[in-house]
Design a protein around this ligand. Structure first.
Ligand code: G4P
Length: 528
């Protein structure tokens, strides 16, 4: 094991920001770029008419457009305080898809941005659940403290009540909105003041004395906002959870920070603690009880996302690889485990905030993009050397939206079938057939997946399709040996997935519960 490699691995922080749209993900990302020196000026990155694009683009593409810097929609690598930080995008509701969930399979930690006026919103909850399933550390940033929001105690309690994760406040707001004085920072044992023209203070950070009071004479100390913050924070520390590194690492306890991404207040404090506490890349489990350590000198990685170009003039696809071990060097040959074929990685790209550069080398924790002509699939393992490695398959995510799909032109059946088959294999969409009539139904976690599917069938396979929405359904798998076709009724639709396993699509939870009451011995399984 090379010491140099081990040292480099320790500097990696690979994470995703999870949040509901509008909570402030773009703004906080921009602040990180600012601190890292990748961009010089903060500002509103939202373009007018952003939501009018048919294919909603990631907000990062907006940053790219507006700032004239080249970030991709999916990955950014920046240097922050001596750390190599890889941020992976999890797109908002317009382009929410299975890819969004799969991206969370390639990170070592997640930052959860919550709008403190709104609390936990649906998309945050969905993304949280995927992170929670993986047991990765989750760091919470309660944003928009410059506005009057909900009570901090209530927000923290909600993390436990709604998400079921224990919370540990790292700092505590002293007021909010117009009355925001600063943060009572228990982790760094200091008060962080929000300085503005009216304040008579010049230093932003004031250390705490042994009694937990800000050292020295300060006018803010006579404010009830200050004493209330101390009281709340002390109460939480006495009655609340203990700071427990192991529980943080296991994703059972979330460190909570307060701040305002828009004004930049509390953001640096947050990132400093984040790079300090978030884990460096660790081992990845492979099949047959093999475990690959990041410092293993062999290069290994898996593909978690394939982005096909929407532009028909450029048919290129980029396969996103999470490097799990070793050193990747430009031009190296690797083996694709699924086929045993050797690929030469001549055309690769890495994602920097200031330029999209041809990747020269990358190490465990980094993300590289491979230009692919159709060899690679989601979940594929690639490796260097002679000893084969196969990482565990990526989980499948239960789709929630369904459409019936039929070819428009019956003469084009062949391209229709081929197109569906390949797009399903690639993981772009999930496919089902009605049990008796063999009609095609496609399932997705986000609406955009359907649009991309339809567009690609037409442009890549010359198959025009008619898609008929079926709305949202609850998909539940049952053991094939339990299947009795009589179970199919007007309250559910019996289908098979692409492996021929029986799946019921229920209208709603009422229909699901009705089934459970009627067939208590049948286990309904959610694929996750
Ligand atoms: P997203 O990527 O999570 O979708 O959120 P984004 O950063 O785009 O932020 C959503 C809106 O919230 C933006 O306003 C942004 O300026 C605002 N925002 C983000 N952080 C803060 C904060 O700390 N305080 C306040 N007050 N606002 C914040 P916008 O798109 O310009 O909409 P609008 O405010 O002009 O309607």
């Amino acid at each position: 094991m090379s010491e140099k490699l081990a040292k480099e691995v320790k500097k990696r922080r690979t994470f995703a920001i999870i949040s509901h749209p509008d909570a402030g993900k773009t703004t906080i990302t921009e602040q990180l770029l600012l601190f890292s020196g990748a961009i010089r000026e903060a500002g509103t990155v939202k373009a007018k008419g952003k939501k009018s694009n048919k294919f909603a683009k990631s907000d990062w593409m907006e940053i790219e457009k507006q700032r004239g810097i080249s970030v991709t929609s999916s990955v950014m690598q920046v240097d922050y305080d001596g750390f190599q930080v890889n941020i992976l995008d999890t797109p908002g509701h317009e382009d929410f898809s299975e890819d969004t969930y799969r991206t969370l399979m390639a990170v070592d930690a997640a930052v959860m941005v919550v709008d403190s006026g709104k609390g936990i919103e649906p998309q945050t909850k969905k993304l949280f659940e995927v992170c929670s399933m993986r047991g990765i550390p989750i760091f919470t940033f309660m944003n928009k403290l410059d506005r009057d929001g909900r009570e901090p105690l209530e927000l923290v309690a909600e993390l436990e009540d709604v998400l079921g994760i224990q919370a540990y406040p790292m700092n505590w707001p002293m007021g909010m909105g117009k009355n925001l004085l600063g943060l009572y920072d228990l982790y760094n044992k200091r008060v962080e003041l929000r300085l503005n023209e009216e304040s008579d203070e010049t230093e932003a950070y004031i250390p705490l004395d042994e009694d937990g009071e800000a050292e020295g004479e300060h006018s803010f100390k006579s404010s009830s906002i200050y004493s209330q913050a101390i009281e709340d924070a002390t109460l939480l520390h006495e009655a609340g959870n203990e700071f427990d590194r192991e529980a943080i690492d296991a994703g059972k306890l979330t460190p909570v920070f307060f701040g305002s991404a828009l004004t930049g207040f509390g953001v640096q404090t947050f990132f400093d603690a984040f790079v300090d506490l978030a884990p460096a890349p660790s081992e990845t489990e492979a099949m047959d009880e093999v475990v690959i350590e990041p410092e293993d000198p062999r290069f290994t990685g898996f593909i978690f996302k394939i982005q096909a170009n929407m532009n028909p003039a450029h048919r290129d696809r980029i396969a996103f690889v999470r490097v799990c071990s070793g050193n990747f060097e430009k031009g190296m040959s690797v083996t694709l485990n699924r086929t045993g074929k050797t690929l030469r990685m001549a055309h690769t790209t890495q994602f920097m905030a200031d330029a999209r550069e041809e990747v020269q080398d990358a190490i465990a924790g980094d993300i590289i993009g491979l230009y692919d002509t159709g060899n690679l699939q989601i979940g594929d393992t690639i490796y260097s050397g002679n000893k084969s490695v196969q990482f565990k398959p990526l989980p499948q995510f239960t789709p929630e939206l369904f459409m019936r799909v039929t070819p428009k032109n019956v003469m084009k059946q062949k391209s229709f079938h081929k197109g569906i088959e390949q797009l399903v294999q690639e993981g772009a969409i999930q496919m089902y057939k009605t049990y008796h009539t063999e009609e095609y139904i496609v399932g997705a976690v986000g609406q955009l997946q359907f649009e991309v599917f339809q567009y690609r069938l037409l442009h890549e396979y010359n198959a025009e399709v008619v898609m008929t929405p079926m709305g949202s359904k609850i998909a539940r798998w049952i053991d094939p040996k339990d299947l009795n076709p009589k179970m199919s009724s007007s309250r559910n639709l019996l289908t098979r997935d692409r492996f021929d396993n029986p799946v019921f699509l229920f209208e709603n939870t009422f229909a699901e519960n009705w089934f459970k009451d009627k067939y208590p011995e049948i286990e309904l399984k959610q694929l996750l």
